[in-house]
Design a protein around this ligand. Structure first.
Ligand SMILES: NC(=O)c1ccc[n+]([C@@H]2O[C@H](COP(=O)([O-])OP(=O)(O)OC[C@H]3O[C@@H](n4cnc5c(N)ncnc54)[C@H](O)[C@@H]3O)[C@@H](O)[C@H]2O)c1
Length: 370
């Protein structure tokens, strides 16, 4: 028997700790394929739980459960503010995707998703791709992130970048009274799938764009297409350059004590998940006069896109929903000002309010949000 102290146990996390509040956690095992997975449903208050499947070689089964619980909770907040009729859920498959991922394992996982009868809708996440979703979808109708040939929407980074751009326009409206980045210097750290689409939106809007990436070829690809785009050698050099807006579009934890101190930008708005390195950074940003557009709000274009697949994917309809990220971001800044709290805290309050009221998408975020 595993030596787990009561305070560390899964049951304790689920029912008693600050992780608590989840509706359902399913531990899945298929001995034939070697599948070990955790499906966590945080909330179905607004509709079926929606969130991706992470495939990762966790250090322990406990760590996998903890990650699933955390990620599922985050999806409840994200989906609520994305204006979707979905609650939050997430799944993790324990293992090294490069070694353990087989069609048999994915199909077995798909049958577990099916067993939930639609309470959980899955999608791609770290370690899973569109081709994997096509396999999982063979076992259930609650799999999104599929290929266009299989009724899916394909690459979600297109609408993610578009949504970040809408969040940035809303930030500009609040900071400078005009919803445009024209003539502003915008620094993008990470020009991968999302970052390179964001460059296009910004250039079309008349912004001055500076980029950086640890992959030289990612920088070159953009500079070849747009020689007017400048490059900084490192993220550290970028954030202390003369910027109006900083857009973290690489990994999490971009906003920490050092980066906040060195930032010259007065707006932070980017695609990266979990930008705040630790609790309290959101207050530091506010104290430094930096307007922070909460990451999970402005990067919701991807989840908006996959949610649309359940209704037969329509790009224009999904794009129209992603356009509302502009209004949501404005509403968050208004709430933050009204309540005297940082925007990240205001976002959480708005999400909690929508979940508590079980407000359907069609009547949420009319001109007045209070
Ligand atoms: N793709 C989506 O639809 C989506 C949706 C929501 C959130 N996000 C988040 O947005 C971020 C970017 O996603 P993506 O799909 O573009 O990923 P990606 O892997 O395509 O791009 C990330 C880029 O960041 C670069 N990078 C890594 N470390 C760096 C560093 N220290 N400094 C500078 N550059 C660095 C990489 O080389 C890569 O080019 C991630 O945090 C992701 O979780 C993406």
């Amino acid at each position: 028997m595993t030596d787990v102290r009561p305070s560390d146990s899964v049951v304790s996390k689920l029912f008693r700790s600050e992780q608590g509040g989840h509706e359902q956690v399913v531990l899945c095992q298929d001995r034939d394929s070697g599948l070990k997975a955790v499906i966590a449903i945080h909330s179905t208050a607004l509709g079926p739980a929606l969130g991706g499947t992470r495939f990762f070689p966790y250090a322990s089964d406990e760590a996998a459960v903890e990650d699933a619980l955390n990620l599922a909770r985050g999806m409840s907040y994200k989906n609520a503010l994305a204006g979707l009729d979905h609650g939050g859920g997430k799944a993790v498959i324990i293992g090294d995707p490069a070694v353990d991922k087989t069609p048999e394992l994915l199909r077995a996982y798909g049958r577990f998703v099916a067993s939930l009868g639609g309470r959980y809708v899955t999608a791609c996440d770290v370690g899973t791709y569109v081709a994997d979703m096509d396999v999982i979808a063979a076992e259930n109708p609650w799999t999104t992130g599929r290929s266009p040939e299989n009724g899916g929407a394909g690459d979600s980074s297109v609408l993610t970048a578009y949504g970040v751009f809408q969040g940035m326009r809303a930030s500009a409206q609040v900071r400078w009274g005009d919803p445009t980045l024209r003539g502003r210097r915008v620094g993008i750290a990470g020009v991968g799938k999302v970052g390179h689409h964001l460059v296009e939106h910004l250039l079309a809007d008349g912004a001055i764009v500076v980029i950086t990436d640890v992959r030289a070829e990612a920088v070159e690809r953009i500079r070849t297409a747009h020689p007017e785009v400048a490059a900084a050698a490192t993220t550290e050099a970028l954030i202390s350059a003369d910027l109006d807006v900083y857009a973290p579009c690489a990994l999490g934890g971009a906003l920490n004590d050092t980066s906040v101190r060195n930032l010259t930008a007065s707006i932070v708005c980017g695609a990266a998940n979990n930008q705040l390195a630790h609790p309290g950074v959101e207050k530091d940003l506010a104290d430094h006069g930096i307007l922070y557009a909460p990451d999970y709000v402005v990067n919701a274009g991807g989840v908006i896109q996959v949610a649309d697949e359940l209704h037969g994917f329509d790009f224009d309809r999904a794009k129209a929903k992603a356009t509302k990220i502009f209004d949501t971001t404005l509403a968050i800044f208004e709430r933050a000002a009204a309540d005297g709290i940082p925007p990240a805290a205001a976002a959480d309050r708005l999400a909690e309010q929508r979940m508590a009221d079980r407000t359907p998408a069609e009547s949420w975020l009319r001109p007045s949000v209070d």
